[in-house]
Write a protein that binds this ligand. Structure first.
Ligand code: GUN
Ligand code: ZN
Length: 449
């Protein structure tokens, strides 16, 4: 099956935090992207490549649009889709008041399935083709998400949260052994099915005993190729509680490291309140972090420092995360916009190249999936998006004045949202089209309580 798309192609060959943006960015102004059997088979200049297409192949023309790799969210909770925008609390109180009661509802497989369907559709509407996703404690909540994502052909990494203390009893794993056994069965059931990847998910050190963290480390050792995801140093009260619960450890990162949870393929969300030592350990171990600016602002958690995360000599792999429901949008364009503003406060104003890198190849590298997703290089999976620089009158006015491709990307990152995503492709196939797809149905019919 061959697909050919014409447009202005943009992707990354290198890390713009390490090299100049010019070296990192690839831009083919009038380009052609050729996909065969779900992978990118050729990419380059339209005039050169079009002549080599076999007869009968239809070229889809997006001449005045940008084509980029599908966006990748390094951290999000599908089970919090419906409690987005819960007013007025910081992390620990918000978890108890809004998050945990909602996650209890995911014991019901039909509720879980309906929210999973909405979540997957919303990701695609926002141009997000891959994500690292927290589910609820219940294995059924993981089944629901993978059933929906496999049906759509998405590459998601996800797992059941492991938690055995400091949350309502209905939501806790009965024991670390049960958490281990349920995770192991889910890995066997889902890891490698379609494009699914399993992510071992100790929620955070506040909600996990040392035994539970040990179980998570053991699962990762025993199942190479799976990912690890957890929350790290998001909120000052949380950090203080971890110090009380784990008094013998140097700091928060040390708690995870001593339980063998650091390394390539481990992605820690937030990383707002870290010491120099902790940044160094994340760097040395090749661990990744997810920068979740809309959530850090919404929950009053603090300001992530991209300057510290990317310090020369101890650079940590960073991707963006929407962190819905702490985050306020599933759009990684809106997330990038907030990342810019948080960086501006920290004397680290990121340009358009850096912002889109974080939402594509940067996140792929943090998840150890570079070479597979996050790029338009041949051999990568053919997940890509078509962005419309004239999606709204104001955006059209601004982008018409763009001085360079970097400036155009910057305007799209700062002003863009779901309206900017004209189309989303998975495996070389159209998965969402802005102007023709029906609006998603509201989920009220599932409100039984
Ligand atoms: N820390 C532990 N659980 C969560 C969660 O669900 N959301 C956020 N933002 N932080 C957490
Ligand atoms: Zn989170």
């Amino acid at each position: 099956m061959l697909t050919a798309i014409r447009g202005s192609l943009v992707w990354f060959r290198d890390d713009p935090f390490l090299t100049s943006g010019d070296d990192a960015l690839v831009h083919v102004d009038d380009g052609l992207l050729v996909c065969r059997d779900g992978k990118i088979s050729a990419v380059g200049d339209y005039g050169r490549l079009v002549r080599g297409l076999p007869p009968g192949v239809t070229v889809v023309h997006h001449r005045d649009k940008l084509i980029l790799p599908g966006l990748i969210s390094g951290h999000v909770h599908y089970v919090q889709t419906r409690i987005i925008a819960a007013y007025g609390r910081q992390l620990l109180e918000w978890l108890n008041a809004s998050v945990y009661p909602e996650e209890e509802r995911f014991a019901d497989p039909s509720y879980a399935r309906a929210v999973a369907a909405l979540f997957c559709d919303e990701l695609l509407r926002n141009g997000t083709t891959s994500a690292l996703v927290n589910c609820a404690t219940y294995p059924e909540s993981v089944d629901a998400l993978f059933e929906e994502s496999v049906g759509r052909g998405m590459r998601l990494a996800a797992g059941k949260v492991l938690m055995d203390r400091n949350a309502p009893p209905e939501l806790l794993d009965a024991s670390p052994e049960q958490g281990y056994e349920e995770s192991r069965k889910l890995i066997e059931k889902w890891h490698g099915v379609g494009r699914s990847l399993y992510a071992i998910t100790p929620r955070f050190a506040v909600a996990c005993t040392s035994e539970m963290l040990r179980v998570a480390g053991a699962l990762w050792r025993e199942h190479p190729g799976t990912l690890v995801q957890a929350h790290l140093a998001e909120n000052r009260q949380e950090v203080a509680q971890v110090a009380e619960l784990f008094p013998k450890y140097r700091d928060y990162v040390d708690v995870y490291e001593q339980h063998e949870l650091l390394g390539p393929g481990a992605v820690f969300a937030h990383a707002v309140h870290l010491s120099k030592r902790e940044w160094k350990r994340l760097h040395r171990t090749g661990s990744g972090v997810a920068h979740c600016p809309t959530s850090n602002l919404f929950l009053g958690s603090g300001l992530f420092s991209m300057r510290r995360a990317t310090k020369p000599g101890r650079r940590v792999l960073v991707g963006l995360g929407s962190d819905v429901g702490g985050g306020t949008s599933l759009s990684l364009l809106q997330t990038a916009s907030e990342a810019y503003k948080v960086g501006a406060l920290d004397d680290c104003p990121m340009d358009g190249v850096k912002l889109f890198y974080l939402a594509t190849l940067g996140a792929a590298k943090a998840m150890r999936l570079d070479g597979i997703i996050g790029s338009l290089e041949p051999g990568n999976e053919a997940d890509f998006i078509v962005l419309d620089p004239a999606a709204t009158p104001l955006l059209a006015t601004r982008t018409a004045r763009a001085e360079s491709i970097d400036d155009l990307l910057f305007a799209l990152a700062v002003m863009g949202d779901d309206r900017t995503v004209l189309a989303t492709y998975l495996n070389g196939q159209l998965a969402h089209e802005r102007d023709t797809f029906p609006r998603p149905e509201p989920a009220h019919r599932h409100d039984k309580r």
